[in-house]
Each structure stands twice: as C-alpha cells, then as structure tokens.
Ligand binder design. Structure first.
Ligand SMILES: [Zn+2]
Length: 309
C-alpha cells in the first residue's frame, strides 16, 4: 500500500518520533478518506520496526507482520497480523464504546519489549465514557506506547485529550494524487476526470461511485431534469420511484454528488448562484426529512418541485 501525497505530514511525524519520548500520543486531523488511517498504520509499523525506520524497514520480522495487518485491512486478506498493533473503529460506523477502550487497556497491559501501537479511527465518534477512558490512558500511557487518534474534527474531542496529544493536520489530497490513486485502481481516464472533479480532495465520493455507479447515474439523471427548463413531472415521478427503493444513506450520497455537479456547473456559469443556493437549502431539508422517516419518494419530489418554483 503506497501513501499518496502528505509529504509534509510524513516529515513532521518522522521528526516527532525521533524525540525519544517514553511514549507518544498523536492526533491526525483531516478530511475523511485521504489516507490518515493508512499513515497511522505505517507510523505504527515504523514505531515497532526493529531497525527504527520512520515508516518501517519492510524487511524485519515486525515490519513483515505489520504489513500483514495493513493487507488484512485494505485487501481483506487473512494473514498473520502484528500482535502489537491494535486498531479500533466505530461499531457500525456509529460509535466507539467503552468496551472497545477497555480492550485497548487490556492490550496495553501486556508489556512487550518492542512496544505497542494503538490506533483509534474516527475518534470523534467516541461516546463520553469512551472519551474519558481514553483520556486516562493518554494521561498515563505505559512506556514504549504509540497512540494515534484519527479524526475529521479535533474539536469534537475532549480539550483535555487534545492538549495531551501532538496534533498533526492533514491537507486534502490534490488532484494529481486522486488521479494516481484512481489509476492504480484501474479506472479509465474519462472516468478519472469526472471522479477527480467531484472529489473535493477526498476519496470518499469517488470510492462510493466506483462501488456503486448507479448512484452517480441517478445524480446525473436528476441534474438533467433540473437543467431542463420546462416542468417534466413524469421524469421526476419515475426517478423518485426508483430512489424510493434505495437506502437512506444512498439517497444522501446521490444528493451529495448532485450538489457537487450543480456547484461545478455554477462555476462554469451553466446554472445560477440562486439555483445552487436553493438546492443547498432543499438538500438540507431532504436529509432531515428522510432521516426522520418521511417517504423518500415524497421528499425527492418535494425537493424537485421546490427548486422549480
Ligand atoms: Zn522493520
């Protein structure tokens, strides 16, 4: 797994880990889907490396096991993982609970000569109990421990946690990095152009679209309906019926894609600022209503007709 971009961040991490502290607590902050977790895993690999290379030497036993851990996560392999790296993620992408933090504490209790590394992914999703428990660990970390919290919003973490960590800010990926990542995935060049334009420096939307191309198609269909000046109720009724069968989260993604399409069209002068602003307002209303359980078909039609008037 190659790291794309983030050259400055890599340098900062390297210099910081040379300080010979007894333990390290770091916060990696930046947009979702830009590579924070991968860099955290590689930092853990370097921390545990027998030769102490910043991101690992790739040849010692520890590095080989760390590489297995990374492949298990990113390529769904089932290789023998590194026993001294622990990654915690929110359960069902919703919440990090106290039980998961207790696991970390148990894990850190068993001392290892080579050290231990813990990564808490999307740390902003820790609930209050979990946050307090993490704070205690960070206040008195065992020697030779690396703790990394990754987050899209450091302000959602306890100030007392933030003040005890070295905060490293990640910039969004640039267009070239996004293109290179997509090329590596074997995406064709025309599609790479479109996906990069929609990316806003993060791989979140491009990955969703790659895995479910229909969502992009529906967003485009919706845009075409908006772009046509006269009312076409039958078009929107048909599309709303199709969208009605999708999950709420997919509909939200469709309207996120649509938002970026309209934004790009506005920059090109193809749609008015007024329409874009109206859309943003309506998009917020739609999200709230479908999350509350309003019939998706009605919410989608409502958005369309409100835009037209
Ligand atoms: Zn090594």
């Amino acid at each position: 797994m190659k790291i794309f971009g983030h050259e400055e961040v890599k340098k900062t991490i390297g210099l910081y880990l040379e300080k010979n502290y007894k333990s390290y607590s770091l916060i990696f902050e930046g947009k979702d889907c830009i590579g924070k977790k991968l860099i955290a895993l590689k930092t853990a690999k370097g921390f545990l490396c027998e030769k102490n290379y910043t991101f690992g030497c790739d040849s010692c036993d520890s590095c080989r096991l760390a590489k297995n851990t990374i492949l298990n996560i990113y390529e769904e392999k089932e290789l023998n993982p590194h026993p001294d790296i622990k990654l915690i993620s929110p359960e069902n992408d919703k919440e990090i609970k106290i039980g998961q933090i207790r696991e970390i504490k148990e894990f850190l209790k068993l001392k290892k000569e080579g050290g231990k590394a813990v990564i808490i992914e999307k740390a902003e999703k820790m609930n209050t109990e979990a946050s307090n428990a993490v704070l205690k660990t960070i206040e008195e970390p065992p020697d030779n421990t690396l703790i990394i919290l990754t987050t899209s919003n450091q302000n959602a973490l306890l100030p007392t946690i933030r003040s005890r960590c070295k905060i490293i800010k990640f910039k969004p990926l640039n267009g070239e990095d996004i293109q290179n990542i997509l090329r590596l995935k074997g995406i064709d060049e025309n599609k790479i152009k479109v996906l990069t334009a929609l990316s806003e420096g993060s791989m979140c939307l491009p990955m969703i679209i790659i895995n479910n191309n229909k969502l992009f198609k529906y967003a485009k269909d919706f845009y075409n309906l908006i772009a046509v000046k006269s009312l076409h109720p039958e078009g929107i009724v048909n599309l709303a019926e199709i969208l009605d069968k999708l999950d709420v989260k997919d509909i939200i993604v469709i309207f996120d894609i649509l938002e970026r399409i309209i934004y790009k069209k506005m920059l090109k002068g193809e749609v008015s600022l007024n329409l874009y602003e109206e859309f943003i307002k309506e998009q917020k209303k739609l999200k709230i209503s479908i999350e509350k359980g309003v019939k998706k078909k009605l919410a989608v039609e409502g958005l369309y007709f409100n835009l037209k008037t």
